[in-house]
Design a protein around this ligand. Structure first.
Ligand SMILES: NC(=O)c1ccc[n+]([C@@H]2O[C@H](COP(=O)([O-])OP(=O)(O)OC[C@H]3O[C@@H](n4cnc5c(N)ncnc54)[C@H](OP(=O)(O)O)[C@@H]3O)[C@@H](O)[C@H]2O)c1
Length: 249
């Protein structure tokens, strides 16, 4: 029960890694709020995780984020843990990248993550922890992955700067960088067929020294660790949960 009476907000908590983390936080006593865009999966998540409160809020909508945070901060309530996990994929070879795709991926995966932290700062204070989902894709050269890799690499850089700025306020900021994880994400890449995804999946498994995809719960356990008091002397860290894929290449 590491999170008893702790207030937790998970941005992107109705699917995959975010949902596994919502479950984990709730099972350990937290008061969990989470966001997503899809009302159906938000409702399903609230049924699966009794007590967790879902909110349909797009992370790129600054006004909706402000309303959510105003509500969560009513009566002087604060946030102990902020998990910034919302993210989208998108593959395109260099010759086919469009500005529209680039902007959409950078808006969700980089810009809005940083602004969400900026907007949440009034609710955070000494002892609070921020965890951000990165990706080992930020540090590898997977063909077709320039847009996503650039956004997540930017997020990694921003994470370190934010950790440095907030350390004197007693707020820790860390990143979890998953390798290939079995979640709906891979199947949500616009314009990529099921057969292409299966081929990509096989290639990803081949690139992992442990020769398998990871599970959302395996990433969630790392998120919970970094968010907990067990990680009290850890800030600006990037914890890879990738079966050795990044370091053992
Ligand atoms: N799966 C992998 O192999 C892998 C590897 C490295 C990094 N990651 C990162 O892990 C994180 C979670 O991904 P996942 O694998 O668990 O995939 P997922 O199941 O597709 O989950 C993505 C989550 O982000 C939310 N989201 C996306 N765009 C949003 C927006 N504009 N506003 C609010 N919420 C938004 C989604 O909500 P809706 O469903 O409602 O859209 C969903 O909750 C992402 O940041 C992803 O880049 C995943």
């Amino acid at each position: 029960m590491r999170f008893e009476n702790r207030n937790v907000l998970v941005l992107g908590g109705n699917s995959g890694i975010g949902l596994a983390s919502v479950k984990g936080f709730a099972e350990e006593g937290a008061n969990v709020h989470f966001t997503g865009r899809n009302q159906e999966t938000i409702d399903e998540a609230m049924q699966t995780v009794p007590g967790a409160q879902g909110h349909r809020v797009d992370i790129t909508d600054r006004a909706a984020m402000a309303d959510l945070l105003d509500n969560l901060g009513k009566d002087g309530r604060t946030l102990d843990i902020l998990f910034i996990n919302a993210g989208i994929g998108g593959f395109a070879p260099l010759r086919e990248i469009t500005e529209e795709q680039w902007d959409a991926i950078h808006n969700v995966n980089l810009k809005s993550c940083v602004f969400a932290i900026q907007q949440a700062l009034p609710l955070l204070g000494t002892g609070s922890a921020i965890v951000i989902t990165g990706s080992i894709g930020a540090h590898s050269a997977l063909p077709g992955n320039a847009m996503y890799a650039a956004a997540k690499n930017g997020l990694h850089a921003a994470m370190k700067v934010m950790a440095g700025e907030l350390v004197s306020e007693g707020i820790r900021v860390n990143m979890v960088s998953p390798g290939p994880i079995d979640t709906p994400l891979l199947y949500r890449n616009p314009g990529v067929t099921g057969a292409q995804v299966d081929a990509l999946r096989d290639k990803m498994i081949e690139s992992v020294p442990m020769k398998r995809m990871g599970q959302a719960e395996e990433v969630a356990r790392a998120v919970l660790f970094l968010a907990s008091d067990e990680a009290s002397f850890i800030t600006a860290a990037n914890l890879c949960v990738d079966g050795g894929a990044l370091e053992l290449r």
